[in-house]
Design a protein around this ligand. Sequence first.
Ligand code: GMT
Length: 377
Amino acid sequence: MTLKIGITCYPTVGGSGVVATELGKLLAEKGHEIHFITSSVPFRLGKFYPNIFFHEVEVNHYSVFKYPPYDLALASKMAEVAKREKLDLLHVHYAVPHAVCAVLAKQMLNDEMKIVTTLHGTDITVLGYDPSLSEMIKFGIEKSDVVTSVSHQLKADTLELLNIDKEIIPVHNFVDERVYYRRSNNAELRETYGIDENEKVIVHISNFRKVKRLEDVIKSFALIRKELTSKLLLIGNGPELTTACELVRELDIEDDVLFLGKQENVGELFSICDLKLLLSEKESFGLVLLEAMACGVPVIGTKIGGIPEVIVDGETGFMVELGRPESVAEKAIALLKDEEKLMTFRENSVRHVKENFLSDKIVSIYEDIYYSLLEDR
Ligand code: GMT
């Protein structure tokens, strides 16, 4: 039986938007009808798909409102689309505001719609500490029919922080192996970036928020570079960009650090990389780790949040304590200097992703959740 599913997410760049959009695309490939209800076209949608529809949430700027009521406009659009298109369920990504808006929409429909909410992290690990929001987050979670979290750790954090007694089903992030795989002919791309044949390439991708601890990535690289000819690719953009540029200048490593900005074809970029660093202080899963490993790039990550659920320490990469660039550099140098070990880590990484995080497997888990929710209709 195919389903009619509404999806709401933050459509701009970010792991949650990526997961929601890729999930929608893959469900559509399996024959389900997908309705994105978002403020703009999700950035990963890219092209036309026959059974994917987009419903834009528009906010009118009436002068009586000091702040345009986006949340109300979203709830109203959810109810309108669900009624007209006869949606079986709404799958929302983020408790606030999306789950809360879905609850309102459900009430407008006399309870005749199911809500699946996926927690991605920031709504719990950042907003959950804000007393002006925590009760609202709790409400959104408790009133959802099913709640999933992208890691076991995020589930534990949610239950503890919000002090709730709600079943939360951990469902890990996933990658599409048709997009994330290692390309073999990389010489031209290396040349484009002026990377010599003998140089090792280290990469970091993020939205350059403070929690990503870019300074630790740069300091680790400065130590690695003392021992190995190497380049650091910094991919992304965000509030910490200026501080990062200053640190690179201060450490006098400008020639070897490439700021590439936001990039679309990360699969190709990962294919020229030897190691990925994710040294965040908060990370409920770390989707980029999967993307890197799928492309045969081992990873070093901090031992926090959901990262230990992704990295197999000593096999697909390493885990380090937060804020320890010396420790990162020591592990990186040992791995990058040992070609045989590096090759084994590469192969382990690809295999680990194939065995645990491929889209087929995870999308089926979501489908099972939808079917069991709708069973007793
Ligand atoms: O990492 C970010 O800053 C973006 C954030 C988001 O809301 O899109 O990512 C979160 O969701 C991703 C997809 O589930 C996870 O892989 C990221 O770990 C998570 N980020 C944080 O927990 C900081």
